[in-house]
Each structure stands twice: as C-alpha cells, then as structure tokens.
Ligand binder design. Structure first.
Ligand code: C5P
Length: 334
C-alpha cells in the first residue's frame, strides 16, 4: 500500500546569520512559517531490501544523496526493520528555491514510513533524525510559526500568526546555500562590508519601514505556544523568548539578501516589484531564489500575482498555513 503525503514549503520571516562555528555551521536565528504550496510524496514498503527514489524532475538526485533516501535509511535503522522502500516525489516546488522543499520531502518520508512500517517513533527520535539530515528539516515536525535557533535545527513552536496572504515568486535560478554562507563569511571578513550597506542605501530605507511593520506584528503575536498543538509537544518557554524578542527588536531582515542580491540583481528587482505591488513586507526566503511578499488581503495578493505574471514573473498567490492546518493537510495526500 502506498501512503501519499503533502510536503509543504516554508518561508523565513527574517534570518540572522551569526558567527561561523568550529563545526563549520553558522549560528542562525529565524522564524520559519509553513505555506500552502507543496509537493506530493508517496511512500511504499515492500518485502526485500534497498531504497529506491522515483522522481520525474531531472534536477532531483535519486541516489543516496537525496534527503529522502538519507532519512529512510535512518528510520529503518532506528525502527530495526529490513524492508525495501520506494519513495516517489511529485515535484511542484522549485529545487534550490529557499522554500525547504527537499527538507520537507524528507520529513514527510519519515512520517509516511512510520505509517507504512506500522512503527511509532518518539517526537524526540524524529527531531534527532531530522536534525542529522539537515538544519531546516525539524521545523516541518512542528509546522505553523516556528522559531529556529542554533544552526536552525533547534525549533520552538510559537503561537501561530494569523493566516496571511502572500505572493511567492520563484525566479528561474537555483542558489546554493553552502555557497551563500561562504559568501557571507567573505563579506564579514571584508573591510568593505560598510560600503556594501551604503551602496544599497535606498533599498535599506524601505526595508526598515517593512521590518517595523512585521516586527510589531510578531511581537504582539508570536509568543511561545502555551500547550501541545496537533500532536506536537509544547516547546519553547523561556528558552524561546529571548532570541525571538532579540530578533524582532533588532528588525526583521534576511541577512542572505546582502550576498545573494549582488550576485542575482534580478532577485532584488523582484523584491522591489512586490513592494511596488503593495506587499506589506517582502523578502528573500532562506538563501533564495524564492522571493515572497506578505499582503493585507487575499484579493490584493491575487491581483498583484496576476499583474506580475503578465509582466513575465513566476508569481503565485497563496497563504501561510497555521500549525493545525498544516497537520490536518499533511496526511491528506493530494
Ligand atoms: O544543515 P544543512 O545540510 O542544510 O546545511 C548545508 C550546508 O549549509 C552546511 O554544510 C553548511 O555549509 C551550511 N550551513 C551553515 N550554517 C547553518 C546551516 C547550514 O553554514 N546554520
């Protein structure tokens, strides 16, 4: 029997990159939010051995480097099972798009595999396995509005922001996250860092107005969630509060924009178009290439997306997914 799951995307509401650590990772502070666009992942367990990945998109590797493959291997080991596992990925989300698609694919593979094998891993085990495979997998075990700290894998359920309309634009370029981090290191090391800021002067002014709007909203809404929600354990409490307040007080911006926009000026342009089209807040998601804009209404988002499509942008109007909706929809297949 094949189990079909929806594998939702995420955006980052602000992303602060800290120092490069001895283990090669960077300290991160970000708020993740799940959104409605998704891939479909089908998981099947058979008698035998070996993991097989099927995907019609040639940009998706079907070997042991695939996040789904890596997580399936770990789940089989923890569950102490020997089976043949077939994972089919129906790709709708962009590859290397900054929306966490590969991470989300892996997490729902784990959920599907649990069901297909008839085993039940603890939330702790799942968080641990997810964090081993990649820094932005664990957020998909929480859903909704999620604070990410440490290297991004340490996640806390926040009180959900109300459903928000947004326009997601996926320019036809893939941005390598490790490369973007390396460029960030170079930027930090460079004495020219201030010049870069000055060069982007006019945009930064506009960004600060957007940041104030979003920071205010987050301050009033995104306090740590109080109780268990949709089968996920309560998380956060005091540990989550300080980094969150810190993040929103210092302004909500995505540090990756400082290295990704100079390399791909067309992404900066997409952000400007979203702002001109009435987005209350616009930003690169993760290391890109996805750029999104939050809108005051679904109608506003629809109209902006339609105008942007007419101008040649790959723009889609969609909405954020609260934690409850995320969990209700993950298991509902297509
Ligand atoms: O954790 P993940 O496998 O997604 O990370 C991919 C690469 O991105 C890492 O090998 C590292 O180079 C970089 N990274 C980082 N700091 C983070 C997350 C990722 O430097 N917090």
């Amino acid at each position: 029997m094949s189990i079909a799951l929806r594998s939702f995307a995420k955006i980052n509401l602000g992303l602060k990159i800290g120092a490069r650590r001895a283990d090669g990772f960077h300290e991160l502070r970000t708020i993740y939010h799940t959104i409605a666009p998704h891939d479909i992942v089908r998981v099947e367990v058979e008698v035998g051995e070996g993991i097989e990945i099927r995907c019609g998109d040639p940009r998706v590797p079907c070997d042991a480097t695939n996040t789904c493959w890596r997580i399936a291997e770990r789940v089989l080991k923890v569950a102490e099972r020997r089976n043949r596992v077939v994972i089919e990925i129906e790709k709708r989300l962009p590859v290397q798009g900054g929306m966490g698609a590969a991470s989300s694919n892996a997490v729902v593979t784990m959920l599907g595999l649990e069901r297909a094998l008839g085993v039940s891993l603890t939330q702790q085990d799942k968080l641990h396995i997810a964090a081993e495979v990649g820094s932005d997998l664990p957020l998909f075990l929480i859903g909704g509005t999620v604070l990410g700290v440490d290297r991004g894998q340490d996640v806390y359920a926040l009180r959900d922001l109300p459903e928000t309309a947004l326009v997601v634009v996926t320019p036809p370029v893939g941005v390598s996250t490790p490369q973007a981090f390396a460029q960030w290191d170079a930027l930090m090391a460079s004495e020219d860092a201030l010049t870069v800021n000055a060069h982007a002067g006019t945009i930064i002014e506009r960004d600060q107005a957007d940041s104030a709007w979003l920071s205010e909203r987050l301050l009033s809404w995104a306090v740590p969630a109080e109780g268990p929600a949709s089968g996920v354990p309560a998380a956060g409490g005091d540990r989550a509060e300080t980094p969150l307040l810190d993040l929103v007080r210092t302004g909500i911006e995505n540090d990756f924009e400082r290295v990704v926009f100079p390399e791909y000026p067309e992404l900066r342009e997409v952000k400007s178009v979203l702002q001109r089209e009435g987005a209350r807040y616009a930003s690169l998601s993760g290391s890109g290439s996805t750029v999104y804009g939050l809108f005051a209404s679904a109608e506003g988002a629809e109209a902006a997306a339609a105008r942007m499509r007419a101008a040649g942008h790959a723009a889609v109007a969609t909405r954020t997914l609260t934690r409850a909706e995320y969990w209700k929809s993950v298991a509902s297949g297509q």
